[in-house]
Ligand binder design. Sequence first.
Ligand code: CS2
Ligand code: MN
Length: 356
Amino acid sequence: MKLVLRWFPYGDDSVSLKHIRQIPGVSGVATHLTRIPVGDVWSMEEINLVKDEINSYGLEMEVIESLNIHEDIKKGLPSRDMYIDNYIESMRNLSKAGVKCICYNFMPVMDWYRSNLYKDLPDGSNSMAYSHSEAVKLTLEKITSSMIDGSNNFSLPGWEPERFGQMAEDIKFYQNVSPEDYFRNIKYFLDAIMPAAEELDINFAVHPDDPPFPLFNLPKVVNNKESINTYLSLNASNRNGLTLCTGSLGAGIENDVVDIAKTFTSEGKVHFVHLRNVKHTSDYDFYESSHLSSEGDLDMFAIVKALYDNGFDGYIRPDHGRMIWGEVGRPGYGLYDRALGAAYINGLWEAVSKLS
Ligand code: CS2
Ligand code: MN
């Protein structure tokens, strides 16, 4: 396994590569060329610019999170073929730059969402939280403005401002898209890109829907064991794999994340892991606790053991952290708590490997 940390280029991160380099065991970063509009080709020039900066700190750029999918592909519009061609060209360029794993998601309209980006915790820290009963009462405008206002002036992954104007119309569009139609659009995309993924030696790792509950009646795609199975069965290539995001899946109270980790790791389908913990305050409400098992609902030891025992050899990153020690940064993506998460993951990995 290789441990990485998420990092945003172009000065759009409060955390520096210099500091990431100092976290024990971290070999590289998972990054994203945020200044290229979704759907455009990631050119060699743009990729190398970011890669050279990362490499100059002794870190690798083997993981991309995310190479986002244009909404026309999700909607199954005729223009999707052009966007798929662009996507494959970006894959070719990324492979030339040594990228081995691409994380992406197939959530329609909106990427991840939290109803509170700064929930105060009793220890004086704060973290992101979600209340489904509150979220369903909100308008799209309230949702987008709360994300923009809470972003601390950093870009929020998956919330590209150029998409905001289109969201209301897209939500309407999906009201007439059945889950079967949506899965047909996914299959169309997967069948188009998997031959290139095979040829280029790139693993694809779909990120689960975050949170796993539907808003605005939009289709949910990857939110439990069954839907992961369906998604992975759409294209049989082993390149068609999963980002096991323990926090996203763990938000679904009925999900057995240890069992999901065992099942899909043993099938060779888990290429990337996001490790974080969640604490439920009700079946549909949760906040992001620190990584430690005892602070949340997930047994992080059992999850790491399931990965190790089933031969996991992909990438792991600590996922969102709390904001601690007065740090100010992009919600979920400060340095301190993610570094504590990395140290914890290193400890769990060493323990499971020495115990076996
Ligand atoms: C999520 C998403 O893991 C996360 O941080 O909040 O931003 C995730 O990166 C994307 O959905 C992956 O495509
Ligand atoms: Mn995640």
